[in-house]
Design a protein around this ligand. Structure first.
Ligand SMILES: Nc1nc2c(c(=O)[nH]1)N[C@H]1C(S)=C(S)[C@@H](COP(=O)(O)OP(=O)(O)OC[C@H]3O[C@@H](n4cnc5c(=O)[nH]c(N)nc54)[C@H](O)[C@@H]3O)O[C@H]1N2
Ligand SMILES: Nc1nc2c(c(=O)[nH]1)N[C@H]1C(S)=C(S)[C@@H](COP(=O)(O)OP(=O)(O)OC[C@H]3O[C@@H](n4cnc5c(=O)[nH]c(N)nc54)[C@H](O)[C@@H]3O)O[C@H]1N2
Ligand code: SF4
Ligand SMILES: [Mo]
Length: 702
């Protein structure tokens, strides 16, 4: 590799061009470092798309250099973690895994991978190859607490779980955003839109940004229209919008050319009781009709549903109806609508080759994997239920499921029952409380690699090399090397037939047919840009039996009919629906030990409620309350907010007990899920709020 030419050397510091691997936005960076410390991280203004650059990227060096970082393998001896070595770790883990496979079968090993695993192609590729070579398809992943709705619906209507449609933002006259707050989170979810929401508002013609959110979020504050509906009611809002459009204008002719099955939805739409839907969402009928009119009338438009709805009871239904709205108004695969991007990589085709996909139902609950992986909500049952195939060993790689997943209390208990638990991470997390081994993770500022799969998922596709700004400490191996060495110890062949696999060779393989290779990217300090998103590519990506969009797949249609038949008011008297919010200085749970707990706007033990609810329940700022439901109970301090609608409470997720925080996901059930995707109800959890903490004991005794 010719890296030297790209690195400017000064006497005391080195400047390296790389990109941020904390979120999907992948902001280009210039990192200044001494021989052993990061000094400064700034956006690389010579590369495109640096404008989302945020405090998380700016402070990444503090994570890399943090005193609590795991710098060597640790082994648990008599309950305590003791510093050890890779040699000892490989010997012990290899021997225990071989025995596990011999005694209980290879499915007895499972894994959970979180977001950072997915951002590192070397880590994810070697992890998946290791699981496959060992003979286990028991892979659990973060998508099942985040984006399963997207994968489920894409598979059902476009034929591939990886067919993600991006908004053509620079030509979009009306963006309907459901459950997203890009002003804080930036705009990405299986596809990045650099500066996304700002580009809509900056349109010279004055485009509309319509936001559906129970909270007057930072994005809603900038929107041209904000509708504060109740959590978990978006599906009803959308079906009422689609019904209004069908009754007033009919479907766009293009919809009939692009899709099959539209006739099945029409009788349902004609029966929709608008007043009933409006009451359910707790918005006026006129608001629904207004959105229908505006969306229909706009010259171009796109509707996007994101995690606000996807992490709730009706996530898949809402995701589907958001696509259906685009379809019936002729906003799929056209300028200003939602389009498929196939440059520089056609993800649907690549996924067919590289992502393990299979249909084996889970052992205990019998659910099928989504995008090749099982739901985290099922993991405790898989560990605790005896019988053939019971999970007895687990690798947790770049994830913190006890904190970020549902019912962390039960999961932690299950993890303690394992014969072998290996955590691969930068820090010891609450999820590692019973880990036998902690293997150090590599920080992205120490890795040479780039992820062409995620970079292709952008409205403005661009590929840039991620370069190590500093070498890994001598005592740490990159994750891929750990897996390679472990496989060698166990006599496993990781990439059948590929001699001496390495990240550059794998990345070159992924780029096959793209017209460029690893070296070209490596030698372009500011990255390689490609033609921006354009319509007309979807038909090549469809993998449905009909070759068209399947507008009304049976399971989704049935789920809709069932939801309509059992419509109940979502909020009972004195009950709250608990939702989440993100902060600029947080990334799920993984910045807790660095900038997280220092940022003043981060409240690790607070619950926000509306003024109206506070007055009704005689609660004021600072009151200590017990928040509880059938799953759990915890204490929090009240913040009375003027940006919330009534019936809704907000608690931030990601806080760990070991850092003095409250894990609000202890209230989230691992049984009460979106039945189509097994995603828990992180947004929409029913809770009661009572003044005082003396009741906490009673609840926790249950
Ligand atoms: N209530 C509620 N729950 C939520 C959410 C919410 O909004 N509300 N958000 C959900 C969403 S969107 C997501 S994506 C999930 C996230 O769930 P997870 O992906 O499980 O994410 P984290 O909890 O942040 O755990 C990431 C871990 O990876 C480690 N790490 C960071 N970089 C590296 C690396 O390079 N290598 C290795 N080996 N480890 C690394 C971090 O230290 C951290 O411990 O949480 C979900 N849970
Ligand atoms: N600073 C920061 N940025 C991040 C992350 C982070 O943790 N911190 N996480 C990254 C990750 S992993 C992801 S997946 C993305 C997520 O990015 P987004 O999908 O934009 O997620 P949020 O910013 O949580 O916005 C969700 C919004 O939905 C609202 N909401 C809650 N429940 C409902 C509901 O039932 N219906 C509707 N309509 N709205 C609802 C919430 O009030 C919130 O404003 O962000 C990424 N970016
Ligand atoms: S965390 Fe911030 S700097 Fe890093 S990629 Fe995301 S938006 Fe960009
Ligand atoms: Mo996420």
């Amino acid at each position: 590799m010719k890296a030297a030419a790209l690195i400017e050397r000064r006497p005391e510091t080195i400047r390296t061009k790389t990109y941020c691997q904390i979120c999907e936005q992948a902001c280009p960076l210039i990192v200044t470092a001494t021989t052993d410390r990061i000094v400064d991280i700034a956006p690389n203004r010579a590369a495109p798309h640096w404008r989302d650059f945020c405090i998380k990227g700016a402070s990444a060096g503090r994570v890399r250099d943090h005193p609590d970082r795991v710098l060597t393998p640790f082994r648990r001896i008599d309950g305590r973690l003791v510093a050890s070595s890779y040699e000892a770790a490989l010997d012990d883990i290899a021997q225990r895994l071989i025995r596990l496979g011999q005694d209980f079968g290879t499915q007895a090993l499972a894994s959970y991978t979180g977001n950072p695993n997915g951002f590192s192609i070397s880590n994810s590729a070697f992890h998946n190859a290791f699981m496959a070579a060992f003979g286990s398809s028991n892979r659990f992943w973060v998508g099942s607490i985040d984006q399963n709705a997207m994968h489920y619906v894409a598979k059902a209507i476009y034929g591939s779980a990886w067919c993600t449609l991006l908004p053509d933002i620079d030509h979009c006259q009306c963006l309907l955003l459901i459950g997203a707050n890009p002003a804080i989170s930036a705009m990405s979810w299986m596809g990045a839109v650099p500066e996304g929401w700002r580009r809509v508002l900056a349109r010279p013609e004055g485009a509309e940004l319509i936001v559906l959110d129970p909270r007057h979020s930072e994005t809603a504050q900038k929107a041209t229209l904000h509708i504060a509906s109740l959590p978990e009611t978006d599906w009803a809002f959308l079906i009422a919008v689609i019904a209004t459009i069908e009754r007033r204008f009919g479907f766009a002719p293009a919809a009939y050319e692009q899709a099959v099955g539209l006739e099945r939805i029409v009788p349902i739409l004609r029966d929709i009781d608008m007043a009933g839907m409006a009451a359910y969402c707790d918005v006026p009928v006129t608001a629904i009709e207004d959105v229908a009119e505006r969306f229909h009338a706009a010259k171009t438009a796109a509707c996007l549903a994101r995690t606000g709805s996807a992490m709730g009871r009706y996530g898949a239904l809402t995701e589907w109806l958001s696509h259906l709205l685009n379809l019936v108004t002729g906003r799929i695969d056209v300028r200003g609508g939602r389009c498929y991007n196939d440059v520089p990589i056609d993800l649907v085709s690549v996924a067919e080759q590289v992502f393990p996909d299979h249909e084996r139902p889970s052992r205990v609950r019998g659910t099928k994997p989504i995008a090749g992986a099982y739901a985290l909500a099922e993991l405790p049952d898989e560990i605790l239920t005896p019988g053939p195939g019971q999970v007895r060993g687990l690798i947790v790689n770049g994830g913190n499921p006890v904190i970020s997943g549902p019912d962390g209390v039960r999961l932690a208990k299950a993890l303690a029952e394992l014969d072998l638990l290996v955590g691969i991470d930068l820090f010891v997390r609450d999820s590692h409380a019973s880990a036998d081994w902690i293997i150090p993770g590599s920080h992205f500022l120490e890795r040479d690699e780039f992820n062409p799969l995620s970079m292709a998922l952008s409205t403005d596709p661009w590929v840039q090399a991620g370069r190590a700004a500093l070498p890994l400490p001598n005592s740490i191996w990159p994750e891929w090397r750990f897996y390679k060495a472990l496989a060698e110890r166990m006599g496993l062949d990781l990439f059948a037939g590929l001699p001496d696999p390495s990240p550059p060779r794998l990345i070159d393989g992924l780029l096959h047919g793209a017209g460029f290779g690893y070296d070209e990217v490596w030698n372009a300090p500011n990255g390689l840009g490609f033609l921006p998103l354009r319509p007309g590519k979807l038909s090549g990506a469809l993998r449905t039996p009909s070759g068209k969009i399947e507008a009304t797949p049976a399971p989704l249609l049935e789920a809709l009919q069932q939801a309509l038949a059992t419509l109940q008011q979502p909020i009972q008297e004195k009950q709250y629906r608990l939702i989440s919010r993100r902060r600029m200085a947080a990334m799920n749970s993984w910045l807790n030990n660095s900038i997280g707990h220092e940022m003043r706007d981060l409240r690790h033990d607070s619950i926000e409620i509306s003024k109206a609810d506070a007055a009704r329940d005689t609660l004021v700022d600072g009151d200590v309350v017990t928040v509880s439901n059938m799953t759990g109970a915890l204490c929090a301090k009240v913040i009375v907010s003027d940006s919330l609608r009534c019936g809704v409470a907000v608690m931030e997720h990601g806080w760990e007990a070991s850092l003095g925080g409250v894990n609000r996901n202890e209230l989230v059930s691992a049984i009460d899920l979106d039945p189509l995707t097994s995603v828990p109800r992180f947004n929409g959890t029913g809770v009661t709020i009572e003044k005082g903490h003396e009741r906490l004991h009673r609840y926790t005794e249950r």
